[in-house]
Design a protein around this ligand. Sequence first.
Ligand SMILES: C[S@@+](CC[C@H](N)C(=O)[O-])C[C@H]1O[C@@H](n2cnc3c(N)ncnc32)[C@H](O)[C@@H]1O
Length: 226
Amino acid sequence: MDKVKIIITEDGSHSLYHEGLKETYHSFHGALQESIHVFIEKGLRFWRTKSGLPKQVDIFEVGFGTGLNALLAAQFAMDNEVRINFTTIEPFPLDMEIIDQLNYATSIGQEDLKTVFKQLHSSEWEEKIEINPFFSIHKTKSKLEEFQIEQRFDVLFFDAFAPSKQAELWTADLLQKCFNLLKEGGVFTTYSAKGQLKRDLKALGFEVETLPGPPGKKEMVRGIVN
Ligand SMILES: C[S@@+](CC[C@H](N)C(=O)[O-])C[C@H]1O[C@@H](n2cnc3c(N)ncnc32)[C@H](O)[C@@H]1O
């Protein structure tokens, strides 16, 4: 694992700076705001609303990292009394020493989420773990390139490092893999709004939408499997 350094983003929530890539794990304009906007509101809530508010959602995430998206999905599950099965991959898990310093429960304004956050990180890898009646997590130490699973998902959080830093994760081949991981009506959501990404998603058969981005970012992209 390359060295990472904790930083405070503009909404007061933490993120990490990856010294090898010279890249942050979230938007400098606000990690919490970005995750809520891109993944929870434009991904999870959008899919659930358009699907008639089903009581179960299967989510797949590329890049578990700090676990912020998983924590917000767990909060959503508990608040809405929806069952969420969260499957995530991460080839470079962070040290607990870093995790223990992250201020996400406090930034969200819900101290009781500290326990959930700790559970998400301390839960075993390579196994589906029930965190509570509304939320399970299945973490796999794998790269997207090598990951194999039979299951299909309703929502896919594509949270890789930026295309300028990790171009190998934004190729048409791996986007095809993401398309194949989704069920019909499934939603792919990401913070990037690159023209090439939009063209590739369209060519794969996604219905592509360019949406307003989180604070400080003009646009983001969502793809729907129709
Ligand atoms: C932009 S960070 C976001 C992480 C996380 N969602 C968060 O909120 O902290 C990208 C993550 O992708 C992980 N990653 C790097 N290479 C990867 C690969 N080949 N496949 C899947 N994930 C990868 C990184 O280690 C990092 O944790």
